[in-house]
Ligand binder design. Structure first.
Ligand SMILES: [Cu+2]
Length: 391
């Protein structure tokens, strides 16, 4: 795997940009809802992908001119090294005799490079072995036919043709490159524009030889070369552009469905909350008025003696909502409903009167009568004591 960066500085700049790009995502995640962070992340990823795609399409269209590589001459001054790049044209008699002719020149070494032309699909599905074998068979057949083992060597590469050529510049240092293709690119074969790409990248003479079945070598003129470059570059850029568009569409769909899911789950939470509120609202309303009596010696205690009582000692009210109590105090003296923690102190005068019970905070509060009446009853809920439950 080649490093995508050309220098340390470039890698550093990439890391810096990555951190800068993540800041808005983190901010959105901290300050806003989850979907916002997702949208920000998607926008940033989209921008990065769009820029990368733009650069890649420039490269495919050939607008990006790489720095030319000029390999040093290797071997004695008189030695000449020729790199022949071919794949689908290897069976052509005209190409083989051309290789033979080159190899017959004294002090000339020929390297036959056969890129296996592995498609991205084959790389993904692991079907590269078949393509490698095919390239190897073509190479072996050609070498056998040429026969000069001493001066002609062969090499099969599974890398992209241009990268494979670059690799041989490091190992073989050719003084000249010959790229052999057909006039039109077959389904699996070298692209005719490869010669132009090699010429652009490497500062050595590059010959483009075109072989068609049964005919001699042809060299396309400048106009044809330019057409190759344009047609294939445009076609590749268009294909890549379509794929990038499809990818962007898929990404957008994924993000949108994720946002929709998050929003709908948030909506469900809101709905659940409002349903709970409705359920509370739908509870039977607390009676407008609670009627009760105070009866001296009205209720027998567990020990058998009669005690003073409130006929209702459990009060359920809503926080902040006043509750009317209609109390018939049949005693001759006042009693009280006193709950200090709830801030309640209702003095219940003899006779029938209406009082208001109001508690602001929720909780369960003990109340008792503060008038000295029946001391036992004052300490026992259900008699002169009880609870106010506030919801
Ligand atoms: Cu009392």
């Amino acid at each position: 795997m080649r490093s995508p960066f050309h220098s340390e500085q470039e890698a550093f700049r990439f890391v810096l940009l990555l951190i800068l790009a993540l800041i808005p995502v983190v901010l959105a995640a901290v300050l806003g809802p989850t979907w916002l962070a997702l949208v920000v992340l998607a926008v940033i990823l989209g921008a990065v992908a769009a820029r990368a795609a733009q650069l890649h399409m420039r490269k495919l269209r050939g607008l990006e001119l790489p720095v030319k590589m000029a390999p040093p001459h290797v071997g004695s001054a008189a030695e000449r090294r020729v790199l022949v790049v071919a794949n689908d044209t290897l069976g052509e008699e005209a190409l083989l005799s051309e290789v033979e002719r080159l190899a017959s020149v004294p002090r000339t070494r020929v390297l036959l490079l056969v890129p296996a032309l592995i498609t991205p699909g084959a790389r993904l599905t692991g079907g590269i072995d078949g393509l490698l074998d095919q390239a190897r068979v073509r190479m072996m057949t050609a070498l056998e036919r040429v026969g000069h083992d001493i001066v002609v060597a062969g090499e099969v590469s599974e890398a992209d043709p241009l990268e494979a050529i670059e690799d041989t510049f490091a190992s073989f240092s050719p003084d000249e490159v010959i790229v052999s293709t057909r006039w039109e690119r077959p389904a699996s074969g070298l692209e005719p524009r490869l010669a132009g790409l090699v010429r652009e990248r490497f500062a050595v003479p590059v010959r483009h030889l075109v072989f068609e079945p049964g005919s001699a070598a042809h060299e396309p003129d400048r106009d044809t070369e330019a057409r190759y470059r344009h047609e294939f570059g445009e076609a590749a850029a268009r294909r890549f552009g379509l794929k990038a568009l499809a990818g962007a569409g898929i990404l957008a769909a994924v993000v949108m469905s994720a946002v929709a899911m998050i929003q709908s789950s948030e909506r469900q939470e809101v709905r659940a909350a409002s349903q709970a509120a409705e359920q509370i609202a739908a509870l039977p309303p607390v009676a407008n008025v609670v009627a009760l009596s105070v009866i001296p010696e009205g209720k027998r205690g567990p020990e058998g003696e009669k005690h003073d009582e409130f006929t209702v000692t459990e009060f359920a009210v809503r926080a902040g909502q006043p509750q009317e109590l209609r109390i018939d105090n049949t005693d001759e003296v006042p009693h009280s409903i006193t709950a200090p923690e709830a801030g309640v102190n209702i003095v219940v005068m003899p006779g029938i009167h209406t009082y208001t019970l109001l508690v602001k905070q929720p909780g369960r509060f003990l109340w008792f009568c503060t008038f000295r009446c029946d001391e036992w009853a004052m300490e026992h809920p259900g008699y002169m004591s009880g609870y106010i439950t506030v919801s």
